[in-house]
Design a protein around this ligand. Structure first.
Ligand code: ZN
Length: 242
């Protein structure tokens, strides 16, 4: 009878050990998930701040170019007065050239301002999207932080239950197999056990001998000839035996 219970027992133990690993991993992941959401919030705030700096820089440049235009316009006015008062032809032509040069500079600055205004418009257009991203990231991080306490408690409770259940099942391992069981499980955790898939070990894929597969089907204690996993009958195969 011990052999019969051993076979079914290992399926249960495998399930519990996998669940223990998953729960422990989920618990470890919680602070990491929170940190990742908080980092996203910080990145969103940084993107908004960088955009504000960029817009400010464009506006400063814009004002500087407006001031330059004013200065060149004053220059044109001054040069025009000098030209109108010039009596010598050479002076007149030299002043004309200077006026043309100043006018050309004004035109260039005006073109540059148009480009700048376009850039400012584009950057301003992106602000609502950047602000929405901050709100979204903040909401998600805060919600996760609030729920995390309860989620942590639930996971810890489930882990305690699973470990208690597992300790009880471990006590049911037949005495003659305990040392082998403990050794394999200590080294591999949940990967110490595997269901038989047809005639093959589902952990390493190695086909088992007929007698060994037969033993698994009779719920005896069998380890894979290749990887050493404790083999057990899958629930589906067990149902087919009935
Ligand atoms: Zn194997």
């Amino acid at each position: 009878m011990a052999e019969v219970s051993a076979g079914k027992l290992f399926r249960r133990i495998h399930h519990l050990r996998c669940r223990e690993r998953d729960l422990a991993a989920a618990l470890t992941a919680l602070p990491r998930q929170l940190a990742s959401l908080q980092a996203r919030h910080e990145r969103a705030k940084k993107a908004r701040a960088e955009s504000a700096d960029h817009i400010k820089h464009l506006q400063v440049t814009h004002r500087a170019k407006e001031t330059a235009i004013k200065s060149h316009t004053g220059q044109v006015k001054k040069l025009s007065d000098q030209r109108d008062a010039a009596s010598a032809r050479d002076d007149f032509e030299a002043l004309e050239r200077e006026i043309a040069h100043a006018r050309h500079q004004i035109a260039t600055l005006e073109d540059e301002i148009l480009v700048l205004l376009d850039e400012i418009d584009t950057a301003n257009g992106k602000v609502p999207e950047l602000e929405a991203a901050i709100v979204r990231a903040h909401t998600e991080a805060t919600a996760f932080d609030t729920e995390m306490t309860q989620r942590k408690k639930d996971l810890e409770q489930s882990l305690t239950d699973v470990r208690r259940d597992l300790a009880e099942r471990d006590l049911e391992v037949p005495r003659e197999h305990v040392s082998v069981y403990n050794r394999i499980v200590a080294g591999r955790g949940p990967d110490a056990l595997a269901p038989l898939d047809g005639l093959s070990c589902s952990a390493c894929g190695t086909t088992q001998t007929g007698p060994d597969a037969g033993k698994v089907k009779r719920f005896a204690f069998v380890t894979c000839t290749e990887c050493g996993c404790i083999l057990y009958l899958s629930e589906k195969d067990e149902k087919e035996l009935d």
